[in-house]
Design a protein around this ligand. Sequence first.
Ligand code: HEM
Length: 488
Amino acid sequence: MTVPPAEHATAHPGTTPPPGCPAHIGTGPGGATRLYGPAAETDPMGLYEELRAAHGPVAPVLLDGDVRAWLVLGYLENRDVASRPTQFSRDPRVWHGWRSGEIDPATSPLVPMIGWRPDCVCADGEEHQRLRGAVTAGLSQFDHRGIRRHITRFAHELVDTFCESGEVELVGQFTEHLPMLTLTHLLGMPDESGPKLVHAARDLFKATETSLASNAYVLECLEQLVVDKRARPGQDIASALMAHPADLTDEEVTHHLRLILLAGYETTANLMANVLRMVVTDPRFRGSLAGGQMTLPEAVEQVLWDEPPLMVCPGRWANDDTTLGGQRIRAGDMLLLGLAAGNVDQAIRPDPSTPVHHNRAHLSFSAGTHECPGQDIGRIIADTGIDILLTRLPDIALAIPEESLGWRSSTWARHLTALPVSFAPRSPQAQDEPAPLPAPPAPTGGLPTAGGGLPTAVPRPGNAPEPERRPAPRASWWTRVSRLLRRR
Ligand code: HEM
């Protein structure tokens, strides 16, 4: 790779700490900045700004094992890279690191994130269209109301497990489970698969020594699903992938199921935790929601701008020598989309504190031909799950000082380790509202929230179990908050 760390070190001699200095903790060979390890994990946003100040919109960085890459920090540069697939390939086999021995594919924890697989993420051009066509067909077969109904059932069941106790740790007991329960259900897996997969999927993203084993476990579960669905197809994503005219092999089906599960799970779980953290830590945020100045879908979009669930997206590989953001990129170099850095680029957001209501131009779902095809499902899971939680427990409050909240970070994402909250204990499935109440104000962006009322006559997908009958629709949480406030 031609990332020239030494050149960059000498270009800013005044900022290069002497050997042995603690500031070296975050730097690797030649003074290039590590995008992993303590410095990167403590304050990733601060690190991106340091890199931007030192190198401009494209910076040389080091990944686990001091593997070299370019981090794209500029908003326009990110869009440019994502939208020019002939210049910037999505096929990792273009990378010269495989041939130069820069990485050991048998042991590197980077392999689950940057290794080639027979799925649409690793394909360009016509092959990408063939594979992505099957994925989008599989995802779009579901009516959004039908998906929402399943999310509603899962969310109520989760809330029932803790609503009597008056306290809950939301990450471990809610936000990590709802997306996995929903996605495994849509894929066609039995509901009991969810909890075990939560652990494996989280671990896979951490790039630790157990990542490879977790990856193998996830694949094993999905291979079994393919065998089951070949024998007994249903109305689910696995069966849709198999039936699609793109004629996917079993291996391709398995890898696309893995892709959908992993691409959708971690991201949606992070998004939910980030929105809920804002609700319990930022009175203005909560006040805007409760007062109706901001709808829940708008709140979700704001958080997508400020805290993208995937902060760094792997990866693109340069097909030819080129220049980007003032840096000379050589054929075979690896580039990473800096989604979080791009979203706060001053070139497009001079004042990050200005609300971004109605604006969905963020990079959190990437851009170009690989832009996330599951974004609506991710939004529905987040909107519906959070609305149900806050409708049933409108008084949740952070149970620890905000400064005690902890994060776990990797190069790609960071997520809250715990979000403990307390609330007044309530009975499971409590029917404390005697009759349906008026729906909340219609959202002006995104999809309507579950608080608008549960669909009552939605066709049941294929072999899906008949969901439990729920009480009549509850008032949305902000309506209930307003009532509580009025009673005081
Ligand atoms: C808030 C939730 C989500 C976020 C932030 C998110 C973000 C992303 C990002 C950044 C990419 C990479 C695009 C690129 O390489 O340029 C992506 C790809 C993808 N996502 Fe999502 N995603 C979310 C939810 C989902 C869900 C729920 C699903 C499926 C149900 C899904 C399925 C996919 C697939 C299949 C791809 C690969 C597309 C391709 O390469 O053509 N995502 N997502």
